[in-house]
Write a protein that binds this ligand. Structure first.
Ligand code: ADP
Ligand code: MG
Length: 231
């Protein structure tokens, strides 16, 4: 049945995700282990350079551990996906909550005016909020240092659906990466997890919608979200 098919697709998506997360966890564990073994040895050997070595290693240990902990927290957000709880809510209400937080970012201007009339969608409140947070965070991170960031949020209502757009003036997405960005764990950032857009896609699809983007190198990227209206 269609339900069984969806179930087995979900299972294989999970297996794939688990495999990739395991890989991301193993990456920082190897240098951590080797580094600790090396330090232990130079401590036992009373190596005169022990203090210097210790300082250098401990900085990198902290970085590796931070990377592990951000993988863990984004993964647990992803893991919460199956218990989606759909409720009827005003999409602008959730969008406003996300914008308010990111409006505080230095050198970034967010142009967004919530309309007076609500637009009701059926979505999981936490997922939808996290989804807008992820898109805004990515938009901000795409803007190179020294450029004034401008993020434009617009919407269009057409028969029974809303089209939201979040446009940044960042660096754009290179052609060879465009089909990978929604994949779990795909990231071009040194401390990224690559789970943000995978999460966005899941959340929007759970609410019966779609997400896609347009991008121009050097000019910026626009993410589009369409969501059906509920009575
Ligand atoms: P992360 O932000 O942890 O890297 P995401 O899944 O949120 O993971 O994004 C995956 C990748 O997609 C990013 O590393 C970046 O290369 C690209 N990307 C996402 N949003 C944008 C954007 N607005 N502008 C340019 N590149 C983007
Ligand atoms: Mg992200």
């Amino acid at each position: 049945s269609a339900q069984k098919l969806a179930q087995s697709e979900r299972e294989s998506a999970w297996r794939e995700m688990a495999k990739q997360v395991a890989h991301e966890i193993k990456n920082p564990l190897t240098p951590l282990k080797l580094g600790l073994q090396l330090l232990e040895k130079s401590w036992k050997d009373k190596d005169p350079k022990f203090d210097q070595k210790f300082e250098r290693f401990s900085k990198s240990f902290v970085e590796q551990i931070e990377s592990l902990s951000s993988i863990a927290s984004e993964f647990s957000a992803f893991a919460k996906m199956p218990d989606t709880r759909l409720e009827k809510m005003d999409v602008f209400d959730i969008l406003t909550q996300a914008v308010v937080v990111y409006k505080q970012t230095e050198n970034i201007k967010i142009n967004y005016q919530a309309p007076e009339d609500p637009f009701k969608v059926s979505a999981d409140r936490d997922q939808l909020l996290r989804c807008f947070n992820n898109l805004l965070k990515n938009a901000i991170e795409a803007i190179p240092q020294g450029r004034d960031g401008v993020i434009e949020i617009a919407h269009m209502i057409t028969n029974g659906a809303i089209l939201l757009s979040i446009k940044d003036n960042g660096n754009g997405i290179p052609a060879n990466l465009r089909e990978k960005i929604f994949e779990p764990n795909f990231t071009t950032k040194s401390s990224g997890t690559g789970l943000g857009l995978a999460f966005v896609k899941n959340s929007i699809e759970n609410a019966g919608g779609k997400v896609w983007f347009e991008t121009v190198i050097g000019e910026g990227t626009t993410f589009y979200i369409s969501l059906p209206e509920v009575a």
